[in-house]
Design a protein around this ligand. Structure first.
Ligand code: PMP
Length: 377
């Protein structure tokens, strides 16, 4: 029996896709073998890989001057790989700190470069996105990094930062002119928001995401990088993490995670059948609105995030009586609502509402929450 799985990641995958993968697991494409048992260099697998890339390009509207890489190491590897590829030794890199994941990213970057913090949401206990007016982007920064969706805090940017305007402001006050501003690449960790709504890829220098939320099983990392940023890796960069070397080899410089790539391709086809990202955005907006409305209309539940920065994907909430947390989780489990326990660093509850979470799952959760509050409120 399937449950409604609210895990933050690895997370729920579309049932249709799981069933297709199950049906194909021993005999894929009539070849008498699974897709996991064939060479990544075979014609059949290369076709799978190319189709997945082209479907992803179509879904996100990725311009022709961007390369799509399918890598390993998770988003965490990218925390190091990004400075190694985009910043020279001794250069300054700029980070926005909105919570646990941006903090990890900037902590890792400090091992390679001087990190300048452009903005920090500490004054709101990381429950908001710092207003652009206060950002200080070093005009000499090699790139500006931010985390559009903080998976743990449930904080999501309601805007894409306009780096050119920000850097122009920085250089004007430094008297250095604004010429460099438009050249600072914007780098985004989209691990927990990619494919949840349409984005304008052209505004970014680089987008990266671990697969295990909206893309597929863990083990694959998608990097979308503007072509002019390739070929700048430091000499000591491991070859499998050199964006240009990987782009030149179609992400097959070594054996890629073939099953994950195949599965991601099935998810991209599923997304197209759902009507693409505009349709997903409508559904995701409605699912999140339903849950936030249930939280806000009850004195028993609370979400601490500023309304304009509330995540569509990850909704943390607490109970007015935390001594009931275990009873809430046990009751939810019994009702087929699983993995609602908050991140170990914050406690409380967290419901992740990725693309594959059906509206019915959120409606069932809301109903459960209302009944629980009636009984215990
Ligand atoms: N960034 C964000 C926003 C995440 O949510 C996660 C994982 N939950 C990571 C980075 C780390 O990803 P990985 O485990 O793939 O390294």
């Amino acid at each position: 029996m399937r449950v409604f799985n609210f895990s933050a990641g690895p997370a729920v995958l579309p049932l249709e896709v799981l069933e297709q993968a199950r049906d194909e697991i021993t005999d894929w494409n009539g070849g008498g073998m699974s897709v996991m048992e064939i060479s990544h260099r075979s014609k059949a697998f290369v076709a799978v890989a190319q189709q997945a890339e082209s479907d992803l390009r179509e879904l996100l509207g990725i311009p022709a001057n961007y390369r799509v890489l399918f890598l390993q190491g998770g988003a965490t590897a990218q925390f190091s790989v990004i400075p190694l590829n985009l910043a020279a030794e001794g250069a300054t890199v700029s980070y926005v700190n909105t919570g646990a994941w941006s903090r990890k990213a900037l902590g890792e970057a400090k091992r390679y470069n001087k990190v300048s913090v452009a903005a920090d949401a500490a004054d709101t206990a990381y429950n908001s996105v710092p207003p652009l007016a206060g950002w200080q982007v070093d005009p000499a920064a090699a790139y500006l990094h931010y985390t559009p969706n903080e998976t743990i805090g449930g904080v999501e940017f309601p805007f894409v930062p306009d780096v050119a305007a920000l850097a122009a402001r920085g250089s004007a006050s430094a008297g250095a002119g604004s010429a460099r501003g438009s050249a600072i690449p914007l780098v985004a960790d989209m691990s927990s928001t990619i494919l949840s709504r349409p984005i304008d890829v052209g505004k970014f220098g680089l987008i990266y995401a671990g697969a295990q939320k909206n893309i597929g099983p863990s083990g694959i990392t998608v990097v979308i990088v503007r072509e002019d940023l390739l070929g700048r890796a430091r000499a000591a960069t491991p070859t499998v993490f050199d964006y240009k070397a990987m782009a030149d080899e179609g992400s097959m410089l070594n054996t890629p995670p073939t099953f994950g790539w195949y599965f991601a391709g099935l998810v991209f086809k599923w997304l197209k059948r759902q009507g693409g990202l505009a349709a997903m955005a409508e559904r995701n907006r409605a699912k999140a609105a339903m849950l936030y409305a249930a939280i806000d209309s009850s004195a028993f539940y609370r979400n601490p995030v500023a309304k304009d920065a509330r995540s569509w994907m990850n909704v943390p909430f607490t109970l007015a009586r935390p001594e009931l947390d275990q009873e809430f989780l046990a009751g939810a489990n019994a009702a087929g609502l699983t993995n609602l326990e908050g991140h170990r660093s914050v406690g409380g509850m967290r419901a992740s509402l990725y693309n594959a979470m059906p509206t019915e799952g959120v409606a069932t959760l809301v109903q459960f929450m209302q009944e629980f509050a009636r009984k215990h409120g």
